[in-house]
Write a new protein. Structure first.
Length: 545
């Protein structure tokens, strides 16, 4: 399940775990140890390495970031105002007076890993691949208002929009740029039929290139000699190794077989901090964990009942016990670290008596004395799912199950394989599900809350509210941060009342790293985005250990 990318989102979040081991410490650049391999442990192997064919799995998106350039680089600062951008493939960009044209000037020293120049033709080809019905890109909706992309010349590309909005730059930037001079040989209609074709023709533009990869295995990365910044990457070879078990990762970390773990369990923080040579790195995570109530099911159609469920679940207890206090109780779909978050909204408090009162007002009573609430012959009994491998969520489900039992609700919990869970949620073939999303960095809430997102997107609750739809559309067409924040505040207040999803917690990012490792900077946008700049402090006897 999922993804989070250094760009916008709205990616579905899986249980991602990345860890790192090294043979020895590289010099900041160019010394003998720069050629020593760097091993990164990942919880599962990527299924493919073509961005347009990917469904947004976290590890795939992180790898794409190392292999390919985007037009611009999004800032990780989401607290002070709308997200800003820095040059990457594009040196500069500008809007026309009516803001319906966005023109990028591309850097002229950017090359593909085979030495061919990256041109405006690649940018246009990428847009064509992303929007082709034959490729069925999972995030094609993000390009819905781009009417055309024109290569003005080799180094100038112009995006034409049919609507002015606050997300135009982000829309143009979404997704990595693909190599037209190689990949245009295969018609779009055959892309999904022949994914292995791209493996054999893997041409990249980022700081790394693929040195070896077989489907079902983790890839090996090597320095891209044609990357425009010759000082990067500072470690030339990266080996990705699948390490599925979280306990095994921790043991390898303590044994110094691993030198980095990107998602440390809160309960293990003290253990890592007490281990010589290791340190804990905290970082903001752009994630909301929540229970989606399928509002098409009879138990969850009423907003009053959904508020009762919010009172029934002790979310602070989940944070204190399951997450060892290393999280915040979530109060809004706009994370507390975002500039448009409404701090006036407070989570509904745990109050079983209030939950019982609201449920009884809706006709849910224990009429037959079996300890479970019922109404019109229907018992308040449903299945509550989450994805396999997410142990924190599974433990949280057990707390929720017990909380609901105390108010007469029978929640039967079950784990599904990640792909099956996503499919069930997108097709609304489920009762309730504990999952997580990385909210869109542009404040675009349409993919999770708009009525148009009920079919096949991330509006798992099948929530439909015309007032919310109108507010979301107004946010997306505004370029005034003050107005956007006010509109977002109104959305948050309505959702607090309607409770289509039970917001549970915002996790704090916790990574464990060797003290020898420098410049490790995971952030709310990307875990591995800083990897090309990772370096090592003064080694001891030429080794990192």
């Amino acid at each position: 399940m999922g993804s989070t990318f250094r760009g916008r989102g709205p990616w579905l979040v899986a249980a991602l775990s990345l860890s790192l081991a090294l043979a020895c410490a590289p010099d900041p650049r160019g010394g003998p140890s720069a050629q020593r391999p760097l091993s990164i442990g990942i919880s599962s192997a990527p299924s493919m390495l073509n961005d347009v064919l990917s469904d947004g799995e976290t590890i795939e998106r992180e790898i794409f970031e190392l292999l390919y350039l985007s037009l611009v680089e999004p800032s990780a600062d989401l607290s002070s105002g709308p997200q800003t951008y820095a040059p990457e493939l594009a040196e500069s960009w500008s809007f026309s007076d009516d803001r319906r044209e966005l023109t990028f000037a591309l850097r002229r020293d950017a090359l593909w890993s085979d030495g061919q120049p990256i041109t405006a033709a690649d940018v246009r080809f990428t847009w064509q691949a992303q929007t082709s019905p034959e490729t069925s890109w999972a995030f094609a909706e993000l390009k819905r208002h781009i009417a055309d992309v024109v290569a003005v010349d080799d180094w100038t590309v112009r995006f034409h929009f049919d609507e002015v909005s606050a997300t135009q730059l982000a829309d143009a930037n979404e997704g990595v740029i693909l190599p037209s001079h190689v990949w245009e040989e295969l018609p779009f209609a055959r892309w999904r039929q022949e994914p292995a074709w791209f493996t054999e023709r893997m041409v990249t533009s980022g700081p790394y290139r693929i040195s070896r990869w077989e489907p079902g295995e983790a890839p090996e990365l090597m320095r891209n000699e044609h990357y425009f910044d010759p000082s990067l990457p500072r470690i030339d070879r990266v080996e990705l190794v699948v390490v599925e078990d979280e306990g095994t990762q921790l043991r390898m970390l303590e044994a110094r077989d691993l030198h980095f773990v990107s998602q440390l369990r809160p309960r293990n923080v003290a253990q890592v901090e007490s281990s010589p040579g290791l340190r804990v790195i905290g970082y903001p995570r752009r994630q909301i964990n929540f229970v989606a109530w399928n509002t098409t099911r009879p138990w969850f159609r009423s907003a009053r009942v959904r508020r009762a469920l919010a009172h029934a679940v002790d979310r602070q207890a989940i944070v204190d016990t399951v997450l060892s206090g290393q999280a915040l109780v979530a109060s809004s779909v706009v994370p507390s670290s975002f500039w448009a978050h409404d701090p006036a909204i407070e989570p509904w408090p745990a109050d079983p008596d209030e939950a019982g009162r609201l449920l009884s007002e809706e006709g849910w009573l224990d009429r037959d004395g079996d300890s479970w609430l019922d109404r019109d012959g229907l018992t308040f009994r449903f299945e509550l799912i989450t994805n396999a491998g997410a142990e924190v969520r599974w433990e949280a489900l057990q707390v929720i199950q017990e909380n609901l039992r105390r108010v007469g609700i029978d929640a039967r919990i079950r784990r599904l394989e990640s792909g099956a869970a996503v499919s069930a949620m997108q097709s609304h073939d489920f009762d309730a599900a504990l999952t997580a999303l990385s909210p869109d960095t542009t404040l675009d809430l349409s993919f999770t809350l708009h009525s148009d997102a009920i079919e096949g997107q991330y509006n798992f609750s099948a929530y439909s509210n015309p007032a919310v739809d109108a507010l979301i559309e107004a946010i997306n067409t505004s370029d005034d941060p003050v107005q956007m924040a006010e509109l977002a505040r109104r959305v948050q207040q309505i959702l607090h009342r309607d409770q289509p999803m039970l917001l549970l917690w915002e996790p704090l990012g916790l990574a464990a790293a060797s003290v020898d490792l420098d410049n490790v900077a995971p952030d709310a946008v990307s875990v591995l985005g800083s990897l090309p700049r990772w370096s090592w402090r003064s080694p001891s006897n030429g080794l990192s250990e």
